[in-house]
Design a binder for this molecule. Sequence first.
Ligand SMILES: [Zn+2]
Ligand SMILES: [Zn+2]
Length: 357
Amino acid sequence: MKRTDDDKQEPLEPEEVAGTPTVEKAITVVGWQGVRCNLPPDWNVTGFSMDRESGYLRVDSPGEGSLTVQIRWTDAAKPEVKTFYHVLAPHFRRWLRRPPPLPPKVDLKANLEKFLKDITKQAKKSGEKLEASTKSEKEEGENSERRAMNFSWTGNGRGQGKIWYCSRCNRVLVAQVLGLGREQNAIASIASRLFSSLEDHSTNGYDLWALYDLQVEIPEGFRLASQKLLSGYIQLVFQRGAERIVVDRWGLANVTLKKFSLKDWFTNHANVALKRFSVTETTEEGHERIRYVGKLTPLTRLRAVREAKLSLRNVPSCYEAETWHCPESNKIYAIQVWRHARSLDVWDEVVRRCVCH
Ligand SMILES: [Zn+2]
Ligand SMILES: [Zn+2]
C-alpha cells in the first residue's frame, strides 16, 4: 500500500453548520507515522503518505495564507534497492546467531546537497533561480541522538529548513517552511515553532496520530492499515498481526443524535454484531459513554485472521469497544479493539489517550 506524493489527499472542507459548537484550540497538533509537531491554530494537513518507512506530510496555513510546512522522512537502515543478498542476509544472521549489522553511516551533507539540487532543478524548469545556503552540522537531542543541519533558500518564494538523522529510530528527516519572498519573518517564526516541537519517534511507546482535530495515541507496534478522511467522518484502522484497532469519529453529532440514540448509531456502525457483548452505560463530564466487552466467536476470530491477510500472530480472542458523544466538539467517537488475551491494556490506554475536546 504505497502512496507517492502524486496521490496526495485533497484538502478537506471545514465543517460548517450554524449553531455547531466549536472548540478553540491554542495549537494545531499534528501526528503521523511516529512524526509529530505543533503549529499555530487552524493549520490543516493537506497531504500525507501511507508508508511508514519513507513518508511525507504537508500542512498548510489557514485561509488564504501562503505558508506551508513539508516534512519528509526515510528509514536510513533500509537499502533503497533490495538485492537478493539484502533479502536473505537477515535469515542467515538469525541462523548463525549474529547481531544485525550497524546501519550505514548517514552522510547528512550529501543528503542535503542532493535535496537542494533536486529543488533547484525543479525550480529551474519553471524559470526560477534558487539560491541556497547551509549551516554546519551540529549534534542535538537529550542524548545527542541527532545530527542536524539547517538550510534556507530564496527564489520566487523562500524556504527555511532542517535536515537531520536520528540514531534512535534511524530516520533521516527533512522539514521545511515555505512561503512568499516577503514573508521572511513569518517563515522564521513558524520554523522555530516547528523545529522546537518536531519529533521523529515516540518516547512513551505510543505513536500520536493527530490530524483534523483528531488526537489519539496508538501503541507503536500497530501499523496504519487503512484510512478514511472525509469531511464529517474519519476512520483510522491499525493492525498488529491479527489484532486490530478501529478509530471512528463522526461530526455533526447534534444532527445525528436527533434521529438516533448513541446506542442505535453505534450498533449500526460497529464492525461486529454487538448483541452478545456485555454493555455498560455511563455519563462522565457530560459525555454519554457506552462500553461493550466480550469474547469473540471462533468465526469472528477467523475473520480477523482473514482481514489481517492470514497473519496468525496475536490472533484476537477479545472484543472491546467504547463509543461516546462529546458535546463540546459536537462529535461522536468510537474505538473498537480486537485483541489477543495477553494485550490487556490496549483498549483502556487508547480510549484514555484519545483527546476529544
Ligand atoms: Zn528518532
Ligand atoms: Zn469531549
